[in-house]
Design a binder for this molecule. Structure first.
Ligand SMILES: Nc1ncnc2c1ncn2[C@@H]1O[C@H](COP(=O)(O)OP(=O)(O)O)[C@@H](O)[C@H]1O
Ligand SMILES: [Mg+2]
Length: 234
């Protein structure tokens, strides 16, 4: 579904990603792990088109998307829930979801998508008249994901969905991410919460200093001595 080929990317003269190649198959849940500053967010931002690659190609369902602007990529069915921001704090929960549905150009499915989103995040239904900026940190993360789901993505990318959340909220959120995947939406996410993120993944990538240094099924990661020492505290 997603093919990244020999991607080099960064900001101005600063190269962050070096020769990144990997595939994501339809229906998979792929986790990207790695230390702070490794380039995980830059990779997601390059795929969505917010950062222009220096070289290399990105294909979605066989169509080249590298070089396209982000709104164009989003309309093809690839969306990104960023680590922070991405909401209108002065608007209510419901208004945020309406804005997103309009942006998708697919307003006809609004009711149906809204029902799916409220099923996944019942708390957002309860809080639909509350301003986004006054929600708790966990609720704002849920709304950010709900906002991107209103765009009816085929590939949903999540940048550090658990960052800053209490452990109890994190386990609920991870359960919800698994349910979104079970609805047939392919997921590519980055996580610092390496152990839990590996548990729900079908495949993982380790990125260190802008390069993929390990790739494979989660079992390979859980067994890898270096991963265990550096990221699993074993
Ligand atoms: N907008 C930006 N402009 C310049 N450098 C950036 C920008 N965003 C990130 N970087 C740099 O790119 C590198 C990778 O950052 P990032 O992709 O955010 O890593 P990660 O998500 O793995 O923590 C870091 O050195 C960071 O300082
Ligand atoms: Mg990041």
């Amino acid at each position: 579904m997603l093919q990244v080929k020999n991607l080099n990317s960064g900001y101005g003269k600063l190269q962050v990603l070096w020769d990144i190649s990997f595939n994501v198959e339809e229906g998979e849940l792929v986790t990207i792990v790695g230390p702070n500053g490794a380039g995980k967010s830059t990779l997601l931002k390059t795929i969505i088109g917010l950062v222009k690659p220096f070289s290399g190609e990105i294909y979605f369902k066989g169509e080249k998307i590298s070089g396209l602007p982000a709104y164009h990529v989003a309309r093809k069915g690839v969306t990104l829930a960023p680590e922070r921001g991405g909401l209108f704090p002065e608007l209510t929960v419901m208004e945020n979801l309406e804005v997103s549905a309009h942006a998708s150009g697919n307003y006809s499915k609004f009711e149906e998508t809204l029902e799916m989103v409220f099923n996944l995040f019942p708390v957002l239904k309860e809080r639909r008249k509350q301003r986004a900026g006054t929600l708790s940190g966990g609720e704002q993360r849920m709304l950010t994901i709900a906002y991107t789901l209103m765009l009816r993505p085929k590939l949903l990318m999540l940048d550090e969905p658990s960052s800053g959340l209490a452990p109890t909220v994190v386990s609920t959120l991870f359960e919800t991410i698994k349910r979104i995947n079970a609805e047939g939406i392919t997921i590519l996410l980055t996580e610092q919460n390496v152990y839990d993120a590996l548990q729900m993944a079908s495949k993982a990538l380790l990125i260190e200093e802008g390069r993929i240094t390990l790739e494979g099924p989660k079992e390979k990661f859980l067994k890898d001595e270096r991963v265990r020492k550096a990221y699993l505290g074993a």
